[in-house]
Design a protein around this ligand. Structure first.
Ligand code: AVI
Length: 344
């Protein structure tokens, strides 16, 4: 019980997704072992035919701030769409279900979390909230604020990386809602997404529910605008990964030699974000070597999958979950979905 297990290539990206906090945490400097692991992962990605970097490296303090800005951009509809759906549907659903606990994977100080907590405090005073995040600092500051605002709730933050094993409290009160919001799931490849769901399912018992927030396939212009905002915040967020590598690995990426590119791959139903070399350029990572980028060559930094109901149902089935509930909206142009699963 309580073992959500390895979740593959998810990392910090998933744990922070759509969980903007008023004062993003200062991530601790990596230990030598963490730096070694990061170097090895970065090198493996840069040696692939399509060079790749994990989106988990986006989220240092600056990256977290930029992501928070993204969620408020006029073009970036997912946060607003999900909030509208949660506001419309979560209170009644929670009042009926009366969960004794909420486990939020990728914890939130965000207002979407508060929509759920408002409902839970009203329906089940004394319920437990387990926010799960990789950053102890983030969790502590978020938990402090929440304890003041939700005195009726038992708040038990859990520091864990969704990419690693997550051990839930043995005594987690049931029924529990396991929530994965913000379309965090979209940053996983399909196999890893099903693995994440399956491992979450392994922590669930009869009567528990899984609440997924997932972005939906839609008009390409709407999608591409969301990842190519006019203010250039997403571009800065994308390029920030190079600053992270320079700082954490003492690398010498010339950030100005790269530009942001995001496009929708309709066949794969996913946004891809890349960094494009503006000119031939090399970057050295001490202890790992020198990497050459031809002019126009790209490094893929993120995928963001966009689903339809059948895809979510299929992923749930692959993970041993039954799709019990579905709402989408709030309008046709900015469609997002909340999907509810239970053990099948
Ligand atoms: C965190 N994640 C769900 C965001 C997304 O939309 O895939 C990350 C993001 N990347 C660019 N803009 C937002």
């Amino acid at each position: 019980m309580g073992d959500v297990g390895d979740m593959g290539d998810v990392g910090v990206a998933a744990s922070r997704a759509d969980a903007p906090t008023p004062t993003p945490p200062l991530p601790p400097s990596p230990t030598p072992e963490e730096a070694d692991r990061m170097r090895a992962e970065v090198v493996a990605g840069l040696q692939r035919p399509q060079k790749e970097l994990s989106p988990k490296w986006f989220y240092d303090q600056r990256g977290s701030e930029l992501f928070e800005e993204i969620t408020r951009l006029p073009e970036y509809y997912p946060t607003r769409s999900e909030r509208a759906l949660l506001t419309a549907f979560a209170p009644e659903w929670i009042a009926e279900l009366r969960p004794a606990s909420l486990v939020e994977l990728g914890a939130g100080a965000a207002d979407k979390t508060r929509i759920l907590l408002d409902g839970i405090q009203a329906a089940s005073p004394g319920a437990t909230y387990v926010p799960v995040d990789i950053s102890a600092e983030f969790l502590e500051s978020a938990a402090e604020g929440l304890r003041e605002d939700y005195p009726e709730l038992e708040i038990q933050p859990l520091v864990a990386d969704m990419a690693e094993r997550i051990r839930l409290p043995e005594s987690l009160p049931r029924p529990a809602v396991f929530a994965l919001l913000g379309s965090t799931i979209g940053n996983f490849r399909p196999g890893a997404a099903v693995a994440l769901l399956a491992r979450t399912r392994a922590a669930m018992r009869d009567g528990d529910r899984f609440l997924l927030g997932a972005d939906l396939d839609k008009d390409v212009d709407v999608l591409e605008a969301a990842y190519n905002d006019a203010a250039g915040i997403t571009a800065a967020f994308n390029l920030n990964v190079l600053h992270v590598l320079n700082r954490e690995l003492d690398a010498d990426f010339d950030v100005a030699a790269f530009r942001h590119r995001a496009f929708y791959d309709r066949a794969k139903q996913r946004i891809e974000m890349h960094l494009v070399a503006r000119r031939p350029v090399t970057a050295t990572i001490p202890g790992a070597g020198t990497f050459a980028f031809a002019e126009g060559e790209t490094v893929r930094t993120e995928i963001s999958c966009k689903y339809d109901r059948a895809m979510i149902e299929g992923m749930f089935a692959g993970a041993g979950l039954l799709l019990e509930g579905w709402v989408d909206g709030p309008d046709h142009v900015h469609r997002f979905a909340l999907a509810v699963g239970r053990l099948s």
